[in-house]
Write a protein that binds this ligand. Structure first.
Ligand SMILES: Nc1ncnc2c1ncn2[C@@H]1O[C@H](COP(=O)(O)OP(=O)(O)OP(=O)(O)O)[C@@H](O)[C@H]1O
Length: 450
């Protein structure tokens, strides 16, 4: 008998059920994959073209309420609404299966199942999916370990990045700390014709002002005391490839002028030389500051801003793309499980729901660190919220003081903006001495606003 060409995935925490269902369905369908861990759904879907999923409703011993099944059902539909899902449930739990049908599951199967009914139900599901033109997966996991997300705005950014990569236009990446600006710059480089040439990253924020020119533009022997031999700067080191100038918003004004000259002319002059050297590079810049505001406050040169911003790519903070939180957790959980040679643990669904509500101030970097921590610290099969170092009060802060501090910081920011960073006028409006205002600027890390 010719098998139906279809990819079926069966998810159940009971390996015996997986073996029995696989043996049965393997006779009828070309590919039958199984897994005990729903956490793996995301990576399985990214690597296969799954048509139908048989989804168990409960994964943890002692939990029979079917909430996990419904949670994962919704996650699958977010990733690809076309995949047909058949819910598997035991006799006492039909109610949640019915809830699943209301949400769009094609059918449900009672365990223990009748073989004929199971095969027929899967066949019907395959028939249904064949009637549709399948939409592409809502996200993809690139082979170089970059997770490109499933929320609409991040996908738009990555799509635009692919288009931009084919050109040489100056690109400015905006986003809070940890949103993935470096990763996106690298992604552009890897998708461009310059990919076989260097990708050079410079953290301008960390570059000491004295070293700025020698690091970026290079120097000739004897240009300064320690200049023992002719040395290329980062611009020259990136020859043929991409130069990623990170934290460009933190460069002091007088050095911005030098940067502008080189970006404009594509020629560098090494310290201690007068000969311009042409460079063939693509320039990507990034900042976590509100750069337009910096320009308005005269802290960032307008002409430099217009030079670097031919295309602007925005990376939204994680709290504005909550759909990506669970897939990202799964992505890093698998990554670290492999790294530490451990089976990928489950996460309690209640914990996942709370993690979706957490505001991830440190964005993807914080999420990545917390997942790694949870995996290292927990010896259980199912991770709890506390394994991530997160408590309920961190998610719903009731702390009066933090609100007051926010208010204080915001009124300082508003005054500074109003008076273009003028310290005396700002201090006067706020009823503070200049010294007191300085202390507060220090405390809130706002000295770069002056
Ligand atoms: N799309 C992604 N896929 C996989 N990992 C990512 C992705 N985006 C960010 N990360 C991870 O999150 C962390 C922060 O990313 P990255 O350094 O690119 O952020 P950033 O915006 O440049 O941060 P900062 O402004 O603090 O320099 C890194 O460890 C990176 O590996």
């Amino acid at each position: 008998m010719k098998k139906t060409s279809a990819q079926i995935l069966i998810l159940d925490d009971n390996p015996e059920i997986l073996i029995a269902a696989k043996m049965l369905l393997k006779r009828q369908f070309e590919t039958v994959l199984t897994n005990t861990n729903p956490q793996k759904i995301i990576s399985i879907l990214s690597e296969n073209n799954i048509d139908v999923i048989l989804l168990d409703m409960n994964y943890r011993t002692g939990y029979e309420d079917g909430k996990e099944g419904i949670f994962w059902f919704k996650e699958i539909k977010k990733i690809n609404p076309d995949i047909q899902i058949i819910l598997m449930t035991s006799y006492g739990n039909i109610e949640t299966a019915v809830e699943g049908i209301k949400l769009g599951a094609i059918d449900y199967i009672l365990k223990p199942w009748n073989n004929e009914i199971l095969v027929q139900t899967v066949k019907e599901a395959v028939k249904q999916i064949r009637k549709k033109t399948r939409s592409p997966l809502k996200y993809k996991q690139a082979k170089d370990q970059i997770f490109t997300g499933q929320s609409a705005n991040i996908q738009k950014t990555y799509k635009m990045a692919e288009r931009v990569a084919k050109t040489d236009v100056n690109t400015l990446i905006l986003g809070e700390n940890g949103t993935g600006k470096y990763i996106l710059a690298k992604y552009i480089h890897l998708h461009s014709e310059r990919k076989d040439y260097p990708f050079v990253h410079v953290d301008l924020g960390a570059l000491n002002e004295n070293l700025f020119e020698s690091e970026l533009f290079g120097y000739a022997t004897g240009a300064f005391t320690d200049a023992k031999k002719d040395t290329k700067g980062r611009f020259e080191l990136a020859e043929g490839g991409t130069l990623f100038l990170d934290e460009i918003g933190n460069v002091p004004l007088y050095l911005q002028t030098k940067l502008l000259q080189v970006i404009q002319s594509r020629n560098v002059i090494r310290l201690g030389e007068s000969k311009p050297r042409p460079v063939n590079i693509r320039i990507i810049t990034a900042t976590n500051l509100n750069i337009e505001k910096e320009v308005a406050n005269k802290l960032f040169r307008e002409d430099l801003f217009y030079r670097i911003n031919t295309v602007i790519l925005n990376l939204p903070p994680l709290r504005e793309r909550k759909e990506d939180i669970v897939p990202l957790i799964s992505f890093f959980l698998e990554h670290y499980a492999q790294k530490y040679n451990r089976p990928t643990p489950n996460i309690a669904v209640e914990a996942l729901k709370t993690l979706e509500q957490y505001d991830w101030k440190g964005n993807i970097r914080e999420l990545q660190n917390r997942v790694e921590r949870a995996l290292i610290l927990s010896e259980e099969n199912t991770l709890k919220l506390s394994d991530f170092g997160i408590t309920g009060s961190m998610i719903y802060p009731v702390d009066e003081e933090s609100t007051l501090l926010e208010k204080e910081k915001n009124s300082i920011l508003r005054s500074l903006e109003k008076y273009n960073g003028n310290i005396s006028q700002t201090a006067e409006e706020l009823g503070l001495s200049r010294a007191a205002l300085y202390r507060r600027l220090e405390k809130f890390n706002l000295k770069n606003r002056l």
